[in-house]
Design a protein around this ligand. Structure first.
Ligand code: NDP
Ligand code: 8X3
Length: 251
């Protein structure tokens, strides 16, 4: 049976690479993000491999989320796999110097956005007693590092929600997994440093960071295990990274 996956944050980085590997493996795709041009481009390319539809919405806007998901064409209404990936860090400051707009963005997108999307999709999964939810956390879900305060709090919330979903959805036969990457070379740092490309590049200098494809490959592995197998929690580092703050930059 052909599976349908709903991927948030499909316009770049981990979400885009996941869309690409899913398409190669004949998984039907619902690709989401705010940047319409990128969604359109992806649809053109990946439609050569599988059926693709796109939804342009901001995960942090509850009405937009509900409206977008209700608008899905008939062939895409049954969602087998939800990849809760949309998210970013905004800023890197001490708590005393933190920017409240950045805090709002991280909590609204990384936590509330994930909840809004999940709330709109879970009912059809509980009704069918099947489905798979993959939550993209971070090593920031497992440890707190200097200046990471609110981003780490948002990802600790994702870790808690992952566990909560797994417990509450267990009786409905729904699989729930979290994947927690270390440093992945995507647009993540450009967003964190608000377009400062030099600063963003320096995050990945001197060692081999994870690539978006590495995480996508793992996501694909996780969702293609036999149905009785649920990989619940996976932390993935680059070889050069031992913790959020311990990095071998001469490797
Ligand atoms: P990117 O910046 O490359 O991608 C982020 C994606 O999230 C984009 O597709 C973006 O789409 C989408 N997004 C951001 N805000 C919103 C919003 N308000 N509404 C809808 N979509 C949104 O970063 P990554 O691929 O690295 O990040 C993906 C996930 O992985 C995030 O949850 C991140 O926290 C996590 N992560 C990343 C790590 C890294 O080192 N890169 C490590 C650990 C975890 P658009 O702008 O078009 O809306
Ligand atoms: C992204 C990785 O170390 O910047 O979640 O928090 S880190």
């Amino acid at each position: 049976m052909k599976l349908t996956a709903f991927i948030t944050g499909a316009t770049s980085g981990i979400g885009k690479a996941t869309a690409e590997i899913f398409a190669k493996n004949n998984i039907r795709l619902i690709l989401c993000g705010r940047r319409a041009d990128r969604l359109q481009e992806l649809q053109i390319v990946l439609s050569k491999l599988t059926q693709v539809t796109t939804l342009q919405f901001d995960v942090s806007k509850r009405n937009e989320v509900e409206k977008a998901i209700k608008s899905l064409p008939k062939d895409f209404q049954q969602i087998d796999i939800l990849i809760n990936n949309a998210g970013n860090a905004h800023g890197l400051s001490t708590i005393q110097d933190g920017n409240i707009d950045d805090w709002d963005a991280m909590m609204d997108i990384n936590v509330k956005g994930l909840l809004y999307v999940s709330k709109a999709i879970i009912p059809q999964m509980t009704e069918r007693n099947s489905g798979f939810i993959v939550n993209i956390g971070s090593i920031a879900a497992k440890e707190v590092y200097p200046n990471g305060n609110v981003y780490c709090a948002s990802k600790h919330a994702v870790d808690a929600l992952n566990k909560g979903m797994r417990i509450d959805l267990n009786k409905h036969n729904i699989r729930v997994s979290a994947i927690h990457p270390g440093a992945v070379e995507t647009e993540f740092s450009e967003v964190r440093f608000k377009g400062d490309t030099e600063k963003a590049k320096s995050v990945y200098a001197g060692y081999k960071a994870l690539q978006a494809e590495d995480i996508a490959d793992i996501i694909h592995f996780v969702v293609t295990r036999p149905y009785h197998v649920n990989i619940e929690d996976l932390v993935v580092y680059p070889t050069a990274q031992a913790s959020a703050t311990i990095m071998n930059k001469n490797s």
